[in-house]
Design a protein around this ligand. Structure first.
Ligand code: ACO
Length: 353
């Protein structure tokens, strides 16, 4: 094992189409800008259009990141693709992305740790670099959640057609409104490179507790039934994830501060030594709780949930891209990333930039 670390040498993101505001959502279900903004901090989100999958969104983000790194796709020797909304049940979207980038032959690893994917990705990247298996790694988180949204009237939602949705359609959407308002589509991409500089992973804590898997999961489909997709599942809207929002909220505000404190203790780091807290964006209130519990100044925990909603695996790479472009993550700075995702998977990482 070498002592090589990693550095991020290029970042990019892509969100499809025009933003869909909270008022737009009120055209297809009973909700309001006031409710959504107060409970979650979200003001708008983007949705992947029909026919565009996670690999399509990922392609644009990846091209932007590779260009920012002043490389070409041929320089990438490993791809890690994180999504919970893949183009197909199988194969994973990583292989599709590799082909779209024109670098067939380069290994692509698909991971599915949902909103916690970036943290698991960092562990893999650290291992790949230290073992010498890869030097220039493309990490992409991309989501096309539009496919599980509980309405059919996209034209009315997007203002392409005047008119009202039927009371039945509104009722179907209302059943899932707490979930539907949270998620948005997009992709973030980061190019990692092995370095001898004093940079990379300084500590990591990862945990998974599958006893809580059903606090956020898709009840329909899956290979425990024959066939794995049934007509009733569609009629019963079992393609829409089931979410126990309050349970997840409580889990996040308890476990994330615990994980952060444990990591600080393990690595002999003080909260005040950390320059940035890059938290997954599931709900502004979750991040405010975590921030207050750890005594983190507001300015050290940037948020962009108001513009994108929860983009699951896309979130942390998108945030990192925005901060990089705003020259806010500088060489030598110490960051803590925190995230929790369906599984439940959670943890935090200390990364020296
Ligand atoms: N618009 C208007 N009213 C609504 C909406 C909506 N979109 N959604 C729910 N309501 C109503 C409910 O019907 C309920 O009404 P009632 O009191 O008359 O019954 C009321 O608002 C409260 O509903 P709750 O679901 O209890 O609201 P809560 O305060 O828990 O907020 C929320 C819901 C925002 C989902 C919150 O629980 C949350 O953010 N949880 C965390 C979710 C999360 O982090 N998910 C992602 C995990 S990460 C991953 O891996 C993808």
């Amino acid at each position: 094992m070498s002592t090589l670390g990693f550095e991020i040498i290029g970042t990019g993101h892509y969100v499809p189409g025009n933003p869909v505001t909270n008022d737009d959502l009120a055209k297809v279900m009973d909700t309001s800008d006031e409710w959504i903004a107060r409970r979650s901090g979200i003001r708008q989100r983007h949705y992947a259009p029909e026919g565009q999958g996670a690999s399509d969104l990922a392609l644009v983000a990846a091209q932007r990141a590779i260009e920012a790194a002043e490389l070409t796709p041929k320089d990438i020797d490993y791809i890690i693709f994180a999504t919970m909304t893949p183009d197909y049940v199988f194969p994973g979207s990583g292989a599709l992305l590799g082909a779209k980038l024109g670098i067939e032959g380069v290994p692509c690893l698909d991971i599915r740790q949902q909103c916690a994917a970036m943290l698991f990705g960092l562990q893999l990247i650290d291992g790949l670099v230290k073992s010498g298996h890869a030097k220039t790694i493309l990490f992409v988180g991309a989501e096309a959640h539009a496919g599980f949204m509980p309405w059919e009237d996209w034209d009315i939602l997007e203002g392409k057609r005047e008119g009202e949705v039927t009371p039945e359609a509104r009722e179907r959407a209302n059943k899932h409104r707490a979930l539907a308002v949270l998620f948005g589509d997009g992709a973030g991409a980061l190019v990692f490179r092995a370095t001898e500089r004093d940079a990379g992973l300084r500590g990591l804590t990862l945990q998974t507790d599958g006893r809580h898997a059903k606090t956020l999961y898709v009840p329909g489909g899956g290979f425990r039934t024959r066939p794995y997709w049934k007509e009733d599942a569609f009629r019963e809207q079992a393609f829409v994830p089931h979410m126990e929002g309050r349970e997840l909220f409580k889990f996040a505000v308890t476990k994330l501060p615990q994980a952060a404190r444990a990591l600080c203790e393990k690595t002999n780091t003080k909260i005040a030594d950390i320059d940035w807290f890059l938290a997954h964006q599931a709900n502004t209130r979750i991040n405010e709780y975590v921030r207050d519990a750890l005594g983190v100044p507001v300015a050290k925990m940037p948020m962009n949930i108001d513009r994108f909603g929860n983009t699951s695996a896309g979130t942390l790479p998108i945030l990192i891209d925005e901060l990089t472009k705003a020259s806010q993550l500088k060489r030598g700075e110490l960051t803590m990333m925190l995230a929790l995702g369906a599984g439940i998977h959670w943890g935090c990482a200390l990364v020296r930039w």
